[in-house]
Design a protein around this ligand. Structure first.
Ligand code: FE2
Ligand code: FE2
Ligand code: FE2
Length: 413
């Protein structure tokens, strides 16, 4: 592929990637966003909404839990019908999307997607936003009630689910939406379609259709920034890591003399490189000591998980590879693909150096962030042993003070 080709990505491709990333937090309970998207779309269709609103409901369902990045929050979501701190992830999701124009339309319904209907009607949000928020709340709770039955006894359990939803109807849900649910719930197809095999296929098809909103490179960058916030806020020890790696990688790429467009793509790859960490258990990320062999092996899966999310984004091209090669080494000692030296592109090498540099200056659960002299010494050792690219490390050494400030976030305008 031509390294300088234009990026052509449809908005839905990025929405699907956000859903895949958030889905990783669930470990064993994945595809929640996909199912909520499907259910919301079916309910919207039953309610007679326009095709545009049905598509909107589907996208909103995919995105609704984008404020969830810790396992604790996820476990509350799947284990309780209603709980005290539900609003926290609603607020985080809302704040993530509200200033980004193509996704800002989803912010208000996300803010209220756990608010009971009785409270919602007294709120001063538009009738349209209130209905969409409640549609998602209902779709979300249907999936939670059904989640232990998929692939087992969903066609028997659905009666009980219908009963529970109608029991909660008056306080929690708009009676009009509950009526629509009562109608679609009569079809076995509605329930069978929720099983993993089918829901993955359905979502894939919806991705192919897209929503005809091509993104500009600056919008792709902003969306990547949103995704980097989701992963960076998973733990205080990864806070701003992706953001800083991205900024440092861009600086190194520019100093190396790469073209503007290449530098921008490297910046995007830097933002996305650790997305797979959403799959790493919190207790491993935050362990206050060195990892044992098993924990290390689980931790090391994350760059492959990054690849699995990014390769699904139609049009992202080589950025997916640069990002997921960030733990590869020139001497083959990295992971998980072990590419030949000649296949480890300059872009991937830049990101690898930026990643090591930033990780060393950042506090870790078991050590404080290092001083610049220690960082330079370690980088030098890594080039001697054939892990990192000598030319890129030389640039980092030559500009060590500036690199240090970028990696620490001390140059914020
Ligand atoms: Fe939620
Ligand atoms: Fe949810
Ligand atoms: Fe990483």
């Amino acid at each position: 592929m031509n390294a300088y080709s234009q990026l052509q990505i449809d908005l839905r491709q990025m929405i699907l990637a956000i859903e895949s990333a958030v889905s990783l937090v669930g470990m064993n309970d994945t595809n929640h966003g996909k199912r909520v998207g499907y259910i919301a779309g079916q309910l919207a269709h039953q309610l007679g909404y326009s095709d545009q609103s049905v598509q909107y409901a589907f996208d909103l369902g995919l995105l609704h839990d984008c404020g969830v990045s810790t396992q604790q929050m996820h476990s509350n979501l799947v284990n309780h019908f209603d709980w005290q701190d539900a609003h926290v992830h609603c607020q985080i999701g809302h704040d993530l999307l509200k200033d980004f124009e193509p996704l800002a339309q989803f912010a208000i319904p996300i803010l209220y997607h756990h608010t009971p209907w009785e409270e919602l009607v007294d709120n001063d949000i538009s009738a349209q936003d209130a209905r969409m928020a409640n549609l998602i709340f209902l779709a979300d709770r249907i999936d939670i009630l059904a989640s232990t039955h998929y692939g087992i006894d969903i066609l028997l359990a659905n009666k009980e689910i219908l009963h529970s939803i109608n029991h909660f109807a008056k306080h929690y849900f708009d009676p009009v939406i509950v009526n629509a649910f009562n109608s679609v719930a009569g079809s076995e197809a509605f329930w069978i379609a929720l099983e993993d095999r089918h829901i993955i296929r359905y979502t894939w098809d919806m991705g192919q259709i897209g929503n005809n909103q091509p993104l500009s490179i600056s919008q792709i960058k902003q969306l990547s920034m949103i995704m980097s916030y989701i992963v960076d806020q998973k733990s205080p020890f990864t806070a701003q890591h992706s953001l800083r790696v991205s900024a440092l990688a861009k600086f190194l790429a520019e100093s190396y003399g790469l073209m503007d467009e290449q530098c921008e793509k490297i910046e995007i790859a830097g933002l996305l490189h650790d997305l797979g960490k959403l799959h790493t258990p919190d207790n491993i990320l935050e362990k206050p000591g060195p990892l044992n062999e098993l924990e290390r092996s689980i931790m090391n899966e994350h760059s492959y998980e990054t690849y699995e999310i990014l390769r699904q984004i139609k049009g992202l091209g080589e950025i997916a590879q640069w990002a997921s090669f960030h733990h590869e080494c020139l001497n083959g000692a990295g992971y998980p693909f072990h590419p030949n030296k000649k296949d480890l592109s300059i872009e991937a090498r830049v990101i690898a150096v930026a990643d090591v540099f930033q990780a060393l200056v950042q506090d870790r659960p078991y050590r404080e962030g290092m001083r610049i002299s220690e960082v330079v010494e370690i980088l030098e050792n890594f080039t001697q042993s054939g892990k990192l690219d000598q030319d890129i490390v030389n640039i980092a050494k030559k500009n060590q003070q500036e690199c240090f400030c970028i990696a620490k976030g001390l140059l914020e305008k």
